[in-house]
Design a protein around this ligand. Sequence first.
Ligand code: FPP
Length: 249
Amino acid sequence: MSSLKEKISKEKLPRHVAIIMDGNGRWAKLQGKNRVYGHQNGVTSVREVTEAAAEIGLEYLTLYAWSTENWKRPKEEVDALMSLLVSTLNNEKKTLLKNNVRLRAIGDLKSLPGKLYEQLLETIHDTAHLTGLTLVLALSYSARWEMVHAVREIARQVSEGKLAPSHIDQITISNNLATAGMPDPELLIRTSGEYRISNFMLYQLAYSELYFSEKMWPDFRKEDFYEAIADFQCRERRFGKISEQIKQH
Ligand code: FPP
């Protein structure tokens, strides 16, 4: 069977794809299992998609793994997911190193349990020299949290006399977001048939193409990822201009 991978054009590859991984709980419930079983199976999809992204030569893949609102979930689920993240990072470090994948994380990382925070910092440190795909985990992240953080930082620079208010521009804002130094995602994928942004990268998604998959995250495989990229490559991105202006280039 031929793969959609062959249909992907190297020239029109997005630099950054972000994914809202959704549907783990519902997937598990449909099978009469508990929600944690869904998260455990979601790890296979994380592995598949990371491998697919590295194979086609993406520069950045961001996965929304935990939001600032997710802390309100039942304690058993929070604890189980935090342990799953620690063990996954621990088990997958070798694979990241072997595949030249650099890890980065965005979010209120200090709010994570100590064990996860340490494991995360260690993996980020040990993969910092790698030059292939950058895998970004959004953990205890929300766009509004990020914006508050950015505004406070910019206000501090102003109050210390290091920045004039009239010099604040879009670059200043980008540089003070958790994603500083990264290109904005050209493509956002959300699984599980939900059509929401859920407080994710609100500033960075200004011009992103949105792709919604009906599949629950634990069912999402490489081919589904390729399908999203192939769909993206068929779209015309106008950035506020008209079609004829885009075709001139
Ligand atoms: C959304 O499904 C999923 C999450 C909140 C957690 C995602 C975490 C993983 C897949 C674990 C491994 C991740 C990494 C990066 C190693 P949901 O629980 O909101 O599902 P529901 O909408 O059906 O309730």
